[in-house]
Design a protein around this ligand. Structure first.
Ligand SMILES: [Zn+2]
Length: 74
């Protein structure tokens, strides 16, 4: 089950919560449903691999050992 990070628009409380499909998450502090969804750690890594130095290989994009341009995708 996915865990999402939210920041409450009303009280600016930040929290993580499990979100079941069909249910609306609410702020645990003021019970508002006016929430702003934050990017999860996984979503951020997938969208911007170059922002994660530990995962960057010679290719710069996919980590192909032969260097930039060697792999089929890049
Ligand atoms: Zn709140």
């Amino acid at each position: 089950m996915p865990i999402f990070e939210y920041v409450c628009h009303d009280c600016h409380h930040g929290f993580e919560t499990l979100v079941r499909s069909g249910s609306v998450p609410e702020c645990p502090q003021c019970h508002s449903t006016q929430l702003e969804k934050q990017l999860s750690v996984f979503a951020t890594a997938a969208a911007a691999p170059e922002a994660v130095p530990a995962m960057a290989g010679p290719c710069g994009s996919c980590g192909h050992p032969d260097g930039p341009g060697s792999c089929a995708l890049h």
